[in-house]
Design a protein around this ligand. Structure first.
Ligand code: DGL
Length: 283
């Protein structure tokens, strides 16, 4: 098959990355997408980043060798923090991550340069967002908050209501007090909570969805290197795969289906981890 007509691989720790798939579908409607969600190992957020990097490497290797993808998008922020530089050096196809373009957007639009990032513990503690912002403006005021309970709430299908509001107030209060003017939603699950987060932060704070910025980056880069799909080729095909069917949150999936505007959303199981590595050897 012509190089540019091959699929784009998208990987995430689970089905949360559908928020990223949606942005790619919107901006690149003609592209074939193969989505791989590692539900077997969800969540990545609290895990050791060396282990997350091993998972990511294995998934990318599978997407390239078994699925012949032309590029890979790491939809998961924790996985990007853990593995992007490593896999970009290791594999010779374009690999995109969630952090750089969102950091650039924040620096561009923030008038006070007081910027906040929320994400999993893994993402926040890795300081990947913070470093990416500081590279662009070493004077930026940075405020970061790990919000692990947001992931649990969204997985349970809770996007609004008193419990979500209470949790959001707890996490966002320090960022409000710091008077930030932009907030990066540095986790696949957080765009589902946008209305609540926007309400709590107030109209003067701009929410940045890294998925949108990354989709713009993917489109521009593939265009530049001649890897956009030929528009005359067959209609776009979207395939969804997970490493463990039994660990998909049904409530979340139903919401994801509606969120993507799909009639049906079905995941096939392909466990590429059946021979788990001994992780004590890795660290
Ligand atoms: N996909 C993860 C992220 O964007 C959130 C869920 C998890 O902890 O695996 O960081």
């Amino acid at each position: 098959m012509e190089d540019s007509n091959r699929a784009i691989g998208l990987l995430d720790s689970g089905v949360g990355g559908l928020t990223v798939a949606r942005e790619i579908f919107k901006l690149l409607p003609e592209e074939d997408i193969i989505y791989y969600g590692d539900t077997l190992h969800l969540p990545y957020g609290p895990k050791d980043l060396n282990l997350v990097r091993e998972y990511v490497e294995k998934i990318i290797n599978y997407l390239i060798t078994e699925k012949n993808v032309k590029a890979v998008v790491i939809a998961c922020n924790t996985a990007t923090s853990a593995a992007l530089d490593y896999v970009q050096n290791k594999f010779d196809i374009p690999i995109f991550g969630m952090i750089k373009s969102a950091a650039a957007k924040a620096v561009k639009i923030s008038s006070s340069q007081k910027i906040a990032v929320i994400g999993t513990e893994g993402t926040v503690n890795s300081r990947a967002y913070q470093e990416a912002i500081l590279k662009l403006n070493s004077e930026a005021g940075l405020f970061a908050e790990a919000c692990p309970e947001f992931v649990d709430l969204v997985e349970e299908g809770k996007f609004d209501g008193p419990e979500v509001k209470k949790t959001a107030k707890k996490y966002l209060q320090p960022l409000k007090e710091a008077e930030v003017d932009s907030l990066i939603l540095g986790c696949t699950h957080f765009p589902y909570l946008s209305p609540v987060l926007a309400e709590i932060m107030g109209a003067e704070v701009t929410l940045i969805n890294p998925a949108h910025e990354m989709a713009v980056e993917v489109k521009e880069t593939l265009n530049k290197i001649g890897l956009l799909k030929n528009k005359a080729a067959a209609e776009a095909e979207h395939k969804f795969i997970v490493s463990d069917q039994s660990r998909i949150s049904r409530r979340f999936l139903e919401h994801g289906r509606r969120f993507l505007g799909l009639e049906v959303l079905e995941f096939k199981e392909e466990n590429i981890f059946s021979q788990e590595f001994n992780w004590e050897e890795i660290i």
